[in-house]
Ligand binder design. Sequence first.
Ligand code: ADP
Ligand code: MG
Length: 336
Amino acid sequence: PDTVRLLSSSQVITSVVNVVKELMENSLDAGASSIDIKLENFGLDRTEVRDNGCGIKAVDAPVMAVRHFTSKICSHEDLGHLETYGFRGEALGSICAVAEVAVTTKTEEDDISTQYTLDFTGNIVSQRPSHLGQGTSVNVMKLFKNLPVRRQYYSSTKKCKEELKKVQDLLMAYAIIKPELRLMLVHNKVVVWQKPRVADNRSALVATLGPSAVTNLLPCHQEQPEIVLDSFLPKPGADLLSTSSSTPDKTFIFINNRPVQQKEILKLLRQHYSAQYSDDAARHRYPVLMLKITVSPSSVDVNLTPDKTQVLLDNKEAVLTAVEALLVSLYGFRPG
Ligand code: ADP
Ligand code: MG
């Protein structure tokens, strides 16, 4: 059973970015307005995610990392109107199987915080009083200590740098979609990136990407009965070269507030923007933009991949058509 647990966990938790994503989503689900992410040795030695959310009740603590325990859904029907990022009760338990985990937490009712040390199976092995304010801090140490090949793979300088960039890109996505969220990323005690609480998406874009990237963007809102598009798209005729890149890492797409990398939507966006470039070298670039798609929760299946970066849409064609219509209305032509 230990081998089975290790294997299935290693499929849920594949990298440092994954750990950060799962822990951040738990913090957001807990209503946090402030999240601090601290990495040591690119997260391989330690990843700490600390929030000011609701905390974990003492009665829930023994089961928090038990496989398939979740406080977020009670019935199958709940899956149809999911408003939390998590719902599978898989992350914390999986992290326990591939690292050493300690959780410190305090709810509003608690007088002081408690630090729980968890074992391989997610059971509490010890607990002691601690001195944290309200919220939760999850400490993940010695990631992939029992998966030496994977640990080795992520230990190369090149890989480490790539992963740190991915963590930063992920944080940027949440920073943009959650303007009211304060975020800070620290690596080896150095602040790598941070974003203050701001009022709206535009300010969040400015805080995240810098003012010059945002002067090129135009806010667009388009509403259909089932599909709402809120976006900041490059102004027609704007200098796209200076604010685009060869990878889609600054092309921020959200479906129901989840950062996603939906291939078909990316393709559609690129077709439209590349058609505006006369320069051939620029044709394969992705523009900096934000596209927020809101559909009924019952029409999204986020279970396609464990990290939920690809989702299945019931009304995919309708969504693609709506995005296309928005692009045509803004740029006035249909490529191809
Ligand atoms: P899921 O998010 O799918 O419910 P997880 O394994 O990620 O599953 O977390 C298990 C449970 O632990 C959550 O349902 C929640 O009750 C609790 N939990 C985890 N992290 C936090 C946090 N930062 N703040 C409050 N509760 C948390
Ligand atoms: Mg979760």
